[in-house]
Ligand binder design. Structure first.
Ligand code: PLP
Length: 441
């Protein structure tokens, strides 16, 4: 075999070579079939090889693929911004386009700081986040992230942004139970704000449902209502990081809609183009844009590929496809079915501690002992066995033993059928049986 020049996630690991994909299935060069049970990294949300998207790619490439945003606007970029404003709740009427989720959250952070500066307040520069979270890999995004494993090497370069406890009921940081806990995890935000001084804090950022760092951790019912009240009381903007949860993944266009709370800024990525080209966005509310429009009239950020017409045309086609095929509702229905099937499966295996999630963002957390909920590092073995059985699932852990457990995400494309969900669960069960055999003394 020829040597590889490609830097892969694990350099000495052997990865299968992908050949093509169709719907929820992927095929490698050895003709092995996989169900894309995680949409890659929770990205390929309308499935692979969709003819409408391929046509949109070709149509736009035949016109123009790239123009620089300081020299031209384009019909696809204008139409995409309009569509996002229509499809999202409230007054999130402005879009700033970037290329990755990390850029989207980092841009949200910068816009939040600029918002206060435009109002003559220069001390509000910190962004609070949660201890268990993932907001991206660039240094600014990582500064806001509570993902020990991904932060470790770069700690000296990171901003020392404070964090609050995550609403992780399965392993409550206060050892309490909802609702008698009185949402201590939410009120902690106000305590931290008081200690630091609200004059130092620009925004609070949260993933409505914690994804990569926690395995689809869904907060209790009143959590975000309480969080938003605290933010408003203290003049702090609320940023919803919907890079993983957005664009219909959880059964609503934005996951924060499950809690009926209006964010000031939203970060989108992944499902925005469903993996067909790279593109992400920071959505900005009228409230936040207002002083910027009256003030410096520009946002001090941007990338060469921001708002490029090629990716904008693809994202627009993806959003239209989602709308036309009612994939948000469909994802919700299939998600309920998947969670029901996995909850039944959980009874058969001692190491399945929790099955949770919303829509087609589903987490399974592993335990050594169901009663004691002792964490066990099992995600990598499950992923390996699933892959051997033709199923792709996604690892999820904040990389800190004892604080989060080890989990996987199951997040197939929203187009998955009932029969394909059945097949997914059959393959997962086969993987679990192999894991079980390996765990036995
Ligand atoms: N925010 C969330 C919630 C994510 O899940 C991710 C990626 O997994 C990011 C931000 C970073 O996105 P990207 O990998 O596109 O930079």
């Amino acid at each position: 075999m020829k040597r590889s020049h490609l830097i892969k996630p694990v350099l000495d690991a052997v990865y299968p070579t992908i050949d093509y994909g169709k719907g929820v299935y992927l095929y490698d060069k050895d003709k092995k079939e996989y169900i894309d049970g995680s949409s890659g990294a929770v990205t390929a949300s309308i499935g692979h090889g969709v003819p409408e998207i391929i046509k949109a790619i070709n149509d736009q490439a035949n016109k123009v693929s790239f123009v620089y945003r300081s020299q031209f606007t384009s019909e696809p970029a204008e139409a995409l911004a309009r569509k996002l404003s229509e499809m999202t709740p409230g007054d999130l009427n402005w879009s700033f386009f970037v290329n990755s989720g990390s850029e989207a959250t980092e841009t949200a952070m910068k816009i939040a700081i600029q918002y206060w500066q435009e109002r003559g307040i220069f001390t509000k520069t910190k962004v609070l986040s949660r201890f268990i979270s993932y907001h991206g890999i660039t240094l600014g995004a990582l500064s806001m992230s509570g993902h020990v494993g991904r932060r470790e090497r770069f700690i000296p370069l990171l901003e020392d942004f404070p964090t609050v406890s995550a609403p992780y009921c399965y392993r409550c940081p206060f050892n309490l139970t909802y609702p008698s806990c009185k949402l201590l995890c939410a009120s902690e935000l106000e305590r931290v704000i008081k200690r630091l001084g609200k004059q130092t804090i620009a925004a609070f950022i949260a993933e409505p449902i914690i994804g990569a760092a926690g395995g689809a951790i869904v907060p209790p019912d009143d959590y975000y209502t309480e969080i938003k009240k605290i933010c408003d009381r203290n003049d702090i903007l609320f940023i919803a990081d919907e890079v993983m949860t957005g664009i219909g993944r959880t059964g609503k266009m934005l996951a924060i809609e499950h809690w009926n709370v209006q964010p000031d800024l939203v970060a989108l990525g992944k499902g925005m183009t469903a993996g067909y080209t790279p593109m992400a966005a920071t959505l900005v509310s009228e409230r936040v844009m207002d002083p910027i429009l009256k003030g410096s009239k520009m946002i001090m950020s941007g990338h060469t590929y921001s708002a490029n017409p090629q990716s904008a045309a693809v994202s627009l086609a993806v959003l239209e496809y989602i709308e036309k095929n009612q994939l948000v509702d469909r994802g919700k229905m299939m998600g309920n079915y998947l969670i029901h099937k996995l909850s039944t499966l959980a009874n058969e295996f001692a190491f399945i501690g929790d099955v949770r999630g919303k829509g087609l963002l589903v987490g399974i957390e592993f335990v050594y002992d169901k009663e004691l909920r002792t964490p066990i590092k099992l995600a990598n073995l499950v992923i390996q066995k699933a892959m051997e059985n033709g199923l792709l699932v996604y690892p999820s852990s904040a990389g800190e033993e004892g604080i989060t457990g080890d989990a996987i995400l199951i997040s197939p494309p929203l187009v998955i059928t009932k029969e394909e969900v059945d097949e997914l669960v059959i393959r997962l069960k086969k993987a679990f049986i192999k894991v079980d055999e390996q765990l036995r003394p």
